[in-house]
Design a protein around this ligand. Structure first.
Ligand code: FAD
Ligand code: NAD
Length: 474
């Protein structure tokens, strides 16, 4: 996947003027490119990687493909042990190289798909790396080393993010980031994951299901510290069932010959491992972009933007991970859309009521808006309805009754301010959750909506009814 740029020795291809120069072809940049083309703005997207950015090439899509393969493997292994569904199979084996080839096939289809969508919109793509010289000019070095100068009326910085390394554990050898983890062709025997956040848990669980001995080392006192304990407890229990060791309040110290030295509440110990996956967060990808020539206002290493994604320099815009948290693909996409419309002169603003977040663990967690504690911290007087999936028929038929759906609403007018769930297949509820919040639904709106039976989504109506004091099935 990684195409190295040739040394900058190639010919100069002269200069070109465009209305909109988009640096980075990830979800933020490519969506800005599609929308700009639809709005008949002369736009170009520059990226040295195939279209789709981190999300498509080394993030969302490959990780979800691996998670799916691991789930299928785990189900087969479970049936082989004589699970109660009456299915007889022998113990499965996995050829991870073939799994990765399948995953790469999906990525390539999507790369071509995105390139096709840009072409259809009339936006061109230049394969190369852009360095800004000022707020209207960039030098682009192509994959063949050729250079060309682009001038633009508007520049959109959509350069995304990159994994953060720990000073004591630089990437290389056994120490890998999610990028290398998503390209492994053998399942590690022992895998230590440093960081029990989104990536660490999603990939840690997948590799545990594939047969690795997984240990998660998390600095905080619990995994997924940005989610409330009610939501993370079912995931912590599932890690235990999967045999994943979790060392909380612990930090990686240094590499040992056969693993990693970890310091925790009980002192130092060495955890045996052949791979150490470091997932302690991501930082803005700005180093090679020439941003220092612009002197933009920054915010903790991220490009500061206003509610139209305008930076501190006129006609220089920024979208996606490079602008900071939450670093999610759907946020980047919406920002890309907003900026293209702003440049086209349309009245627009990036002001979502909520940005849904999903952790694709087993069980999955989905959260939109405020949890009960956050609502209280905002000074809101709220009522909370909670519906356990153990009372949901569909969850029973999926042989997975763990988890719940939760609705948080203002006590005075019943406006819903937050929706959360943990359980199997709850990721898909994020659509209904997002719609409910964005459209200003009240408890009665959700409770009065007929939800199809049997679905996990019935938990949404039941949790709203629970908040109103009249849930039907508990
Ligand atoms: P990116 O996708 O990072 O794209 C930036 C692009 O800019 C890259 O292609 C890069 O090559 C290019 N670039 C950088 N500098 C230059 C330059 N100087 N010249 C030209 N091009 C340049 N988010 C979700 O919402 N759901 C998920 O399930 C999810 N899973 C993830 C799993 C993993 C393992 C990882 C790492 C991330 C995941 N994310 C997920 C986060 C998601 O990938 C990012 O939020 C998203 O990709 C951000 O989009 P972006 O356009 O801002 O940047
Ligand atoms: P993260 O912020 O989700 O988790 C990092 C974890 O590492 C935290 O729990 C933190 O307490 C811990 N940590 C920090 N320093 C540590 C240290 N020295 N030792 C041990 N633990 C330490 O970051 P991530 O998992 O790297 O993911 C990066 C970003 O990618 C996320 O913020 C998210 O926006 C995005 N992402 C999203 C999805 C999704 O939407 N499903 C999936 C993967 C990644």
């Amino acid at each position: 996947m990684s195409q190295q740029l040739a040394a900058q020795t190639g010919p100069s291809l002269g200069s070109r003027h465009v209305r909109v120069l988009i640096i980075g072809g990830g979800p933020g940049g490519y969506v800005a490119g599609i929308r700009a083309g639809q709005l008949e703005l002369d736009a170009v997207v520059v990226d040295s990687q195939p279209m789709g950015g981190t999300c498509l090439n080394i993030g969302c899509i490959p990780s979800k493909a691996l998670i799916h393969a691991a789930d299928e493997f785990a189900v087969a292994a479970e049936q082989a042990k004589g699970a109660p569904l009456g299915i007889s199979v022998s113990a499965p084996t996995i050829d991870l190289g073939r799994t990765m080839a399948w995953k790469d096939g999906i990525v390539q289809r999507l790369n071509h798909g995105v390139a096709g969508l840009l072409a259809k919109a009339g936006t061109s793509v230049i394969e190369g790396r852009a360095t800004l010289l000022d707020g209207k000019t960039a030098e682009v070095t192509g994959l063949d080393g050729s250079t060309q100068r682009l001038t633009a009326e508007h520049v959109i910085i959509a350069t995304g993010s990159e994994p953060m390394a720990l000073p004591s554990l630089p990437f290389g050898g056994p120490v890998i980031s999610s990028t290398e983890a998503l390209a492994l062709t053998d399942v590690p025997t022992g895998l230590v994951v440093v960081g029990g956040g989104y990536i660490g848990l999603e990939l840690g669980i997948a590799f545990a299901k594939l047969g690795a001995e997984v240990t998660i080392v998390e600095a905080e006192e619990r995994i997924l510290p940005s989610y409330d304990r009610q939501l993370t407890t079912p995931v912590a229990r599932s890690l235990d069932t999967l045999g994943v060791k979790v060392l909380t309040s612990s930090r990686a110290v240094e590499l040992a010959d056969d693993g990693l030295v970890v310091e925790g509440p009980n002192g130092r110990r060495t955890v045996a491992a052949d791979k150490i996956l470091v997932t302690v967060g991501r930082r803005a990808s700005v180093r090679a972009t020439g941003l220092e020539h612009l002197g933009l206002t920054m915010n903790n290493g991220f490009v500061a933007v206003d509610d139209r994604c305008q930076t501190s320099m006129r006609n220089v815009w920024a979208v996606g991970d490079v602008t900071g948290e939450p670093m999610l693909a759907h946020r980047a996409m919406k920002q890309g859309e907003v900026v293209a419309e702003a440049i086209a002169g349309r009245p627009t603003v990036f002001e979502p009521i909520s940005i849904p977040a999903i952790v694709f663990t087993d069980p999955e967690i989905v959260s939109v808006g405020l949890g009960p504690d956050e609502a209280e911290a905002h000074g809101l007087d709220v009522i909370v309805g909670r519906f356990p999936l153990s009372a949901n028929g569909r969850s029973m038929t999926l042989a997975s009754e763990v988890g719940f759906v939760r609705t948080v609403a203002r006590a005075d007018d019943h406006l819903i301010v937050g929706l959360q769930a943990v359980g199997r297949s709850v990721a898909e509820l994020s659509t209904a959750f997002g719609l409910a919040l964005e459209m200003g639904a009240r408890l009665e709106d959700v409770a009065d909506t007929i939800h199809s039976h049997p679905t996990v989504g019935e938990g949404l109506a039941e949790s709203a009814m629970a908040a109103l004091g009249h849930a039907l099935h508990i």
